[in-house]
Design a protein around this ligand. Sequence first.
Ligand code: ATP
Length: 285
Amino acid sequence: MLKIQNLSCGYDTIFSFGQQKNLEFVLQDINLTVEKGQIFGIIGPNGAGKTTLLKAISRILKPKKGKILLDGKDIWQMSFRGLAKKIALVPQTFNSIDMTVEEFVLLGRIPHIKKFQFLESKEDLKVAQNCIKLTEIWELKDQLISNISGGERQLALIAKALTQQPRLLLLDEPSLHLDIAHQVKILDLIKRLNEEFKLTVVMVLHDLNLASEYCEKLVLLNEGKVYQVGTPKEILNSHIIKEVYKTEVLVEENPFSSKPYILLVSQKREVSNEKRVNSDLYGRW
Ligand code: ATP
């Protein structure tokens, strides 16, 4: 469904850990294929280029080299409306606006509104209301979007994206700022949409355990390049994680799902001299 060919892209000015660098590619020579109906996870350390890849797929960022094909068509050759009917993005953050949840979700119908149609149709309203029910925020529909919690706003963002009736749903860190119950609720919903509506999903996840549990395939990005693509079992082992994240972990098998389960290990024992220098500094205070 989605094919990324030799993609390189970046920003005119890059700030990496506070330092300004010359123009260079954030993503370099990315080749990926996402099959129809797949839940595909993008993982990698901070600054690896995960959000940049989502921005490229959703046509926010223009490739400097290479192509992104959706059902064989270059996304930059498609009309904005045509693309918005096929791809919807759930961003990490958005500027809160003074609108009710229902009005906000209805914005997802914009690509479907015909020329000279100034109001949403009954059909548009029905689609939006169905998506509000599906995401279980019906009781919040008349509340201002600025007055609901972070988790509820995340559900409203998903409802708005679904209202676009896309075939490919892109999500940037859907579990960010959510407690464990909301994390499971949102990811279960995404899985349900994938199973019931054959929605293809590409999502950025920091939590490797959630990525392992919910994604069929993962791409591990490191320093703007594809480090490895594969199933959670193929990618999530302590050797690869140490190599890319520079941290020790224990990887076991989740007894319920048989997927890899990552246990974090304190690095305390490994830091000896450096730690002593730091405690000397604290001692002086
Ligand atoms: P994180 O896990 O921390 O969210 P990420 O893997 O999503 O990171 P990106 O947000 O894609 O990483 O950023 C990759 C690189 O591009 C970083 O070095 C970042 O500083 C830089 N970058 C991101 N957005 C911009 C921008 N708008 N302008 C300039 N540089 C940017």
